[in-house]
Design a protein around this ligand. Sequence first.
Ligand SMILES: Cc1cc2nc3c(=O)[nH]c(=O)nc-3n(C[C@H](O)[C@H](O)[C@H](O)COP(=O)(O)O)c2cc1C
Length: 146
Amino acid sequence: MELFQLVYISKITPGLRRQDIKSIMASSHRNNHREGLTGLLFLDRNYFLQFLEGDRNTLSRAIGRIWGVSRHQDMTLVDFRQTEGRQLAGWSTALIGSDAVTQALLLRHGGGEDYTPFTMPSEDLVNFTLDLVRYLSRGELTPQEG
Ligand SMILES: Cc1cc2nc3c(=O)[nH]c(=O)nc-3n(C[C@H](O)[C@H](O)[C@H](O)COP(=O)(O)O)c2cc1C
């Protein structure tokens, strides 16, 4: 199987509650497990950033599914590329919150105190994402939920 990975960002709809995140995670686990997708969802104060990997068609369908969800806005595809191997084999969707480790990674890639993914160059965002992936897979980041 040809393996692809994608990164997208979106703005959290104001008023999003903890319960909304739980509901997103529940359906993401269910769908991703069924479809052989793995990845992580990074949650900052105002933004989502998601990394997903899997089959090209399955990933494309997932974009369609996630696109219209009212819990976020301005979903923007940052990267879609073929990759050699799966990097998050154990995670259907790891939920990563912002903490000191993720802030340090963000700074390393040019993001600031005010994380503004919509103005960050795609290359920096992708490198930040790949760092999140690496740290998670090495156990140096603890997901709030797997
Ligand atoms: C930030 C975000 C990330 C999502 N990630 C995934 C995902 O990885 N896989 C998936 O199948 N759906 C994903 N979805 C879609 C949700 O799983 C779900 O379809 C949506 O929240 C509606 O759920 P509900 O019908 O239970 O309210 C995502 C939605 C949002 C807002």
